[in-house]
Design a protein around this ligand. Structure first.
Ligand code: ADP
Length: 474
């Protein structure tokens, strides 16, 4: 194991001017990394985002259309025109929007623009989740037992599910963000749930190709961060445990996972590297696994982009993943080998969303009043909010990513409690107090959680509320 290294400073990076095809805190995060590397930045924005922080911080900015994403952040030709007109030589897609769109990646390359991410054919190979399963099976990577061909027909799907045995999980091949996904606990429910999942997938992704897996009970979500260069070097940067989820959406992420010992970490990390190699992968990516209560692990998907939760890996490795992405996209070799990667301490991230937990987590964007972001030793907050800013309603509700680094998990959690208590975002509702409450739950404190933790807690609270209401009524 090598010494803990912080990679910074300017190299002779090939990219001179970068267009950021995104908004919000990730656009701000990328602009900051560019500043450190001496790369000029171009922001793009919709009419709803003219006052957004990323527009204020970039060297230049270009309005690319109306507020709905399909009229702006998803308009490939406008983004390419803005890139060419501004003289940018590269595009960073961030996450969401066009980040996993192979057509966009290919168009960039055809226009001689560096796409900060893998090639279009790799995005295709891993982006279709059903096809990715087959690539992994061929590479000897364990996958959850399930279908190997896309399923369109509910009756046919039911026959397969009956053979696997219930519970199963129906998923969209093009899926993301938990959409088009349904857990089926008995054969009676199958047809109805398949139809709702497939309609949801069609509406969200324009694609109703589905696949079916065994549903693994009491699972943890464990993912490995990968870095790969264009010369066949692939490393992993340890894991993130993202088991604190509501409706398959991550809420709290941490690194390392309490569920892994060093032996299992090395084994799963090795498998993740093998998976990335099998995909012919380059740049930053994530291999996601489900870990069952007997510590069997199964590949579920690969994300061919930077992830929301990349910061926790940065905190424990001392690396800057956006800078690494830019260097790798410039054709540089990986600056470190597997044995140079040292995980130090324990990092935690709470996603603070503009939403109201008391009203079913209803999105609650609006104008920010009083605003205070705490700081201190081992505290990092990535946000694009500022006092007086109005969060538009049409984009996602992520308001701030609050991260802490402690010598161990208990210290990281203690810091997080302090930060969440101090944090002020007035004018909108947030899930800050709900997140703060999770940190005191005995299961979270013990670390013995699975992906049902939040759902079960909400059920218990609902039950308590109903009982209390009943007693008062009696
Ligand atoms: P998405 O891309 O929509 O986020 P994923 O395939 O990453 O979908 O799955 C999201 C979450 O759903 C996982 O983190 C996990 O909690 C749950 N999940 C997915 N597949 C399974 C499975 N086979 N068994 C149990 N839980 C699963």
């Amino acid at each position: 194991m090598g010494a803990f290294r912080v990679h910074s400073g300017m190299g002779n990076i090939m990219i001179k001017k970068l267009l950021i095809a995104n908004r919000g805190e990730i656009a701000v995060r990328i602009i900051r990394a560019c500043r450190e590397l001496g790369i000029a930045t171009v922001a793009v924005y919709s009419r709803a985002d003219k006052d957004a922080l990323h527009v204020k911080l970039a060297d230049e900015s270009v309005c690319i259309g109306e507020a709905p994403a399909r009229e702006s952040y998803l308009k490939m030709e406008r983004i390419l025109c803005a890139t060419i007109a501004s003289g940018a030589d590269a595009v960073h897609p961030g996450f969401g929007f066009l980040s996993e769109n192979s057509k966009f990646a290919n168009l960039c390359r055809r226009c001689n623009i560096t796409f900060v991410g893998p090639d279009g054919d790799i995005i295709d190979r891993m982006g279709d989740k059903s096809a990715a399963r087959n690539t992994m099976i061929a590479a000897g990577v364990p996958v959850v037992p399930g279908t190997t061909e896309p399923v369109f027909d509910a009756e046919f799907g039911k026959q397969l599910a009956d053979a696997f045995g219930y519970p199963v999980i129906i998923k969209a091949s093009a899926g993301g963000g938990g959409k088009g996904m349904r857990i089926v606990r008995s054969k009676e429910e199958f047809i109805h749930l398949f139809e709702t999942a497939s309609t949801e997938a069609k509406n969200a992704f324009g694609d109703d190709s589905m696949y079916i897996e065994k549903y693994i009970e009491h699972a943890r979500h464990i993912e490995f961060q990968i870095l790969a260069d264009n010369y066949g070097n692939v490393i992993h940067l340890g894991e993130r445990d993202c088991s604190v989820q509501r409706r398959h959406q991550k809420m709290i992420e941490e690194s390392p996972s309490v569920a892994l010992d060093e032996k299992l970490r090395q084994e799963m990390g090795g498998v993740a590297v093998r998976a990335a190699r099998a995909a012919g992968y380059h740049n930053a990516g994530t291999i996601e696994f489900i870990l069952d209560s007997d510590k069997n692990y199964y590949f579920i998907e690969m994300n061919t982009r930077i992830q929301v939760e990349h910061g926790v890996t940065e905190l424990v490795t001392g690396l800057d993943l956006i800078k690494e992405q830019l260097k790798l996209a410039s054709g540089e070799k990986l600056s470190l080998a597997q044995e140079d990667v040292v995980l130090r301490g324990h990092a935690l991230e709470c996603r603070i969303n503009a939403e109201c937990p008391e009203r079913g987590f209803l999105p609650s964007p609006g104008k920010i009043g009083g605003f205070h972001m705490p700081g201190g030793n081992g505290v990092r907050i990535d946000t694009a909010l500022y006092a007086g800013y109005t969060m538009p309603a049409m984009y996602d509700s992520l308001a701030a990513k609050v991260m802490t680094l402690g010598a161990d998990r208990a210290e990281a959690v203690a810091k997080m409690k302090g930060v969440l208590s101090e944090l002020v975002i007035d004018g909108i509702e947030t899930n800050k107090d709900f997140q703060r409450g999770l940190l005191d739950e005995p299961e979270f404190v013990s670390g013995v959680i699975d992906t049902d933790f939040v759902g079960n807690l909400l059920e218990r609270k609902k039950g308590q509320g109903e009982r209390q209401a009943g007693e008062m009524g009696a």
